[in-house]
Design a binder for this molecule. Structure first.
Ligand code: SAH
Ligand code: SF4
Ligand code: F3S
Length: 433
């Protein structure tokens, strides 16, 4: 059969990756599409955008120009995701070759907008019909599952509440059903998604049995056949003892946790409206290390936030040195529309922000090299989920480290002990043991 072809580019976070899967499922409900990586082959081109920083947004319009040039004359272009939410119809004004614009909270309306030229759907309402996500999964061995939408925080640098709207928790029975289905189809691992996963249960759109994140984790871990639970992102403010104890003691919860710092300076954290101090952050990480010594901690850090002094930055370096994060996602502050920090005086120069970023990343590189080198001759249980070129298979250890071994598709979907024989900064190489 001759299927129509979809070229889809996904930028941004795991939520966008899941939204792309959802859009593919929505399309397939209407008529089957096949994915293509060749632009000039595509009947439909979707750019699922991110607007958390300015750079990808400015690249969007040059990219649309390239797509317009190389696409088939009949092919449609759709802009979806967070930039679609915040720029809305202005995208079509600036780039009339775009056929439709679909906001991050509206991805389930894809089949509605696809045939209506220049349609724009960017409401950030509470539409319960958007809860049930489609059946399409990029990787059958591990499934992403949304547990909430939107964000109820107002971190002063962040555009996400404006693009994804208010926070709403998805009813737990829907979540459990979705996970059971994924497990029946071969997934041993799930990744729970939300901007604030550990704030789960605060807001439901209808009468729901009360259930907080810890209770949700307990219900999920009772699912037979499910072996590994991951989640992203939790918020340091909501990391209460009950949650950290569940994290440590529940064997199905992978011992990998993202604790997004943003800044180590208590006064900057206040200006960011993060709701915690340097001392609270360190206390939570110390508790994680004490309860789960095998756990890895990753973080997000912004440098060059307005008013960031050398002392503020040294506080951030101090937290890095104390916690020794196994993974660091670090960014220069980028002023965003719809945010209060964009109006602050004393924006930091690009030169200073770049120098701080370089210093932070260089120190982290030293830390990560030490951590990875220490893995030599250790054994980890690896869940293999991807076939790689040249007879290799990749997977992750419980604590999130990327592994490569020589092997075949027989390994896919299996959890196997692996002895580390070679280390590098980004991944470990090993043999089955
Ligand atoms: N809900 C998550 C963050 C989602 S956005 C949390 O609270 O941790 C992902 C990351 O992008 C943030 O953690 C932050 O480090 C970064 N980020 C967000 N807005 C930014 C901005 N204006 N400039 C630079 N980085 C930003
Ligand atoms: Fe943005 Fe803060 Fe919400 Fe995270 S918690 S999405 S950083 S507003
Ligand atoms: Fe980007 Fe939207 Fe995710 S702004 S980081 S795609 S929530």
């Amino acid at each position: 059969m001759n299927y129509k072809k979809l070229y889809i580019e996904t930028l941004g976070c795991a939520m966008n990756v899941r939204d792309s899967e959802h859009m593919i499922a929505e399309l397939n409900k209407k008529e089957p599409y096949e994915l293509t990586e060749k632009l000039d082959d595509a009947d439909l081109i979707i750019i699922n955008t991110c607007s958390v920083r300015e750079k990808p947004v400015s690249k969007l319009f040059s990219e649309i120009g390239v797509f317009k040039k190389y696409k088939k004359a009949s092919a449609k272009i759709g802009v979806t995701g967070c930039t679609a939410s915040h720029l809305g119809k202005d995208i079509i004004k600036r780039a009339p070759s775009v056929d439709f614009v679909l906001g991050a909270r509206n991805v389930s309306k894809l089949s509605k907008v696809i045939d209506v030229r220049h349609s724009v759907e960017v409401d950030i309402d509470h539409d319960d019909s958007t809860y049930a996500f489609g059946e399409y999964r990029t990787n059958p061995f591990k499934a992403m599952v949304n547990i909430s939408m939107g964000c109820d925080k107002s971190c002063t640098y962040c555009i996400v509440p404006a693009t994804r709207g208010d926070e709403v928790s998805i009813p737990s029975d829907l979540i459990l059903n979705e996970i059971k289905k994924a497990v029946d189809r071969g997934a041993k691992e799930i990744m729970l998604l939300g901007q604030n996963v550990n704030n789960y249960g605060k807001y439901f759109t209808s009468e729901q049995q009360k259930c907080n994140f810890t209770q949700l984790l307990q219900k999920i871990s009772a699912i037979e056949g499910l072996e590994r639970i991951r989640f992203t992102s939790p918020h340091p403010l909501h990391m209460d003892d009950e949650f950290l104890e569940e994290f440590a003691s529940n064997p199905k919860i992978c011992k990998q946790i993202h604790v997004p710092l943003q800044s180590g300076s208590t006064s900057l954290l206040k200006e960011m409206k993060r709701g915690y101090s340097k001392a609270w952050f360190l206390n939570r990480c110390e508790k994680i290390r004490r309860l789960s010594p095998e756990a890895t901690i990753s973080t997000d850090i912004i440098v060059g936030f307005p008013n960031e002094s050398d002392e503020d930055f040294e506080d951030t370096m101090d937290v890095l040195n104390q916690v020794r994060f196994e993974q660091l996602f670090s960014f220069k502050y980028s002023a965003r529309p719809h945010t209060t920090a964009a109006t602050y005086e004393n924006q930091i120069s690009n030169e200073i922000a770049s120098a701080r970023l370089t210093k932070l990343q260089a120190r982290h590189t030293e830390i990560i090299d030490e951590i990875m080198d220490a893995q030599m001759d250790k054994t980890h249980k690896v869940y293999f989920d991807e076939l790689k070129p040249n007879g290799r298979v990749s997977g992750r250890s419980d604590d999130g480290k990327l592994f490569f071994v020589e092997g075949s598709e027989d390994l896919l979907g299996k959890i196997v002990p692996v002895l580390v024989t070679k280390t590098s900064r980004g991944a470990l190489h090993g043999v089955l043991s």
